[in-house]
Design a protein around this ligand. Structure first.
Ligand code: ADP
Ligand code: MG
Length: 404
């Protein structure tokens, strides 16, 4: 990974634009987990103490472009960052074209720029938007590992047009740690891929299966495989369109994708729904599979105990409801107790790890979910690729094509 790092850049007297990942879970405007904000402090602190003026932005949730609603504002995030850094963090709205807030930025100033995903063109990686934003800064710093797999204006195109483009310590650190762990992993390498984002996760399993020895599936992904194997899932979460793909994976990687043999079912998706453990052939048409069953857990535990390396993304059941949390808790405990080096990533996966108190037993916790899976797959993340491209241009100035 050959890119410029923030620590290599002389930022004294410069305007530094940091694209962070401050996409924290909110409950009625209250932050329920501030891990991502804490993780973003080192880059901001480093630039400020070296005499920069700092603008930091992030996406939050999935807003509609052009419309800032109360649910999308970074207000609570700015307040929390202010508490962590013991200073006021002013939040700037409508910041893309600069203005008074920008022309009056002084050394040591820190401002937060409102939810970047509200800007029209952000999600489409718009070049005109990226150029406007690049005009605001002397140094662009990407410190958002969690969005590194999405080419958007603040994660990708902007890096092409800013005078200097570099990676922040969190992005660089995650890439390094994951790279080291997965370069020559101790075998067997066991991956657990579960959760609710079925279509995006299923799409990467073919490349993942080429790298791992065993793939444990859960959640909506397992349900899709059960369907592909001719099993019954009732009304459970699954992706019927991907059943042919799941079937072809089962054929091609026979014996490496153990499927659940039983499940905890309910008639309703609710915390107080009555749980019933059923063998997969007994699942009724009006059942919802909400967790893996006890026989499935018993079948999976030796695989985890015998692994050399474990990578985990996605809870295997609806762990938010206690009656359906057993499977995820049992796997979390087993991963924490296993001698294998373990890596976990994903918003809800981290929430499960925190809920079950096994943080200390996990070898490395990644802030990324989708980015983490694409990294596992062996793909170069777009946000990283563009920083590498900029670094090549700088190191070979005579042959490099000018920045458009
Ligand atoms: P992550 O954020 O770790 O990448 P996802 O967002 O893909 O994970 O999925 C997490 C969600 O999946 C959790 O909220 C959990 O309740 C849900 N889930 C897990 N198993 C099931 C299931 N069998 N049916 C419905 N939802 C499930
Ligand atoms: Mg999630």
């Amino acid at each position: 990974m050959d890119f410029l790092r923030l620590s290599d850049v002389d930022v004294h007297g410069k305007r530094v634009f940091i694209r962070a990942d401050l996409n924290v879970p909110l409950d009625n405007g209250h932050i329920t987990d501030d891990t991502r904000i804490r993780a973003s402090v080192p880059a901001i602190h480093d630039a400020l103490t070296r005499g920069a003026s700092v603008m930091v932005t992030s996406h939050l949730g999935r807003p509609v472009e052009g419309k800032l609603t109360k649910a999308d504002t970074l207000e609570p995030v700015a307040a929390r960052l202010g508490e962590l850094m013991r200073r006021e963090v002013r939040l700037i709205r409508d910041w893309v074209n600069g203005g008074v807030w920008h022309s009056s930025l002084a050394m040591g100033d820190l401002v937060m720029l409102e939810n970047c995903r509200v800007n029209p063109g952000e999600k489409d990686d718009s070049v005109p938007l990226a150029r406007q934003m690049a005009n605001l800064c002397d140094v662009y710093c990407n410190d958002a590992f969690g969005t590194a797999h999405r080419p958007e204006a603040t994660t990708h195109a902007m890096a092409l047009y800013a005078p200097v483009a570099c990676a922040g310590p969190l992005l660089a650190g995650e890439l390094e740690a994951l790279g080291k762990a997965l370069d020559a992993p101790a075998r067997p390498l066991v991956a657990i891929v579960a959760g609710a984002k079925v279509s995006t996760k299923l799409a990467i399993l073919r490349t993942l299966l080429a790298k791992v020895d065993t793939l444990i599936v859960g959640g909506g992904i397992a349900n899709t495989f059960i369907l592909a194997a001719g099993g019954r899932i009732g009304k459970s979460l699954a992706e019927p369109d991907l059943v042919p793909e799941a079937r072809s994976l089962l054929d091609e990687f026979a014996g490496r994708i153990p499927l659940p043999v039983d499940a905890v079912c309910a008639k309703r998706f609710a915390a107080d729904a009555a749980p019933a453990i059923k063998a997969i052939d007994e699942v009724a048409d009006d059942d919802l599979i909400l967790d893996i069953g006890t026989n499935t857990v018993a079948m999976l535990l030796p695989l985890i105990a015998g692994a050399g390396t474990i990578v985990w993304n996605g809870p295997v059941g609806v762990f938010e409801f206690d009656a359906f949390a057993h499977g995820t808790r049992a796997l979390a405990d087993a991963i924490a107790a296993a001698p294998a080096f373990s890596i976990a990533g994903g918003g809800d996966t981290l929430a499960a790890i925190a809920k079950f108190g096994v943080t200390g037993g996990i070898g490395y916790i990644s802030t990324g979910g989708g980015a983490f899976l694409e990294f596992l797959e062996g793909r170069t993340l777009p946000a990283v690729e563009v920083l590498e491209r900029r670094a090549r241009e700088v190191s070979a100035p005579l042959t490099a094509s000018p920045i458009p």
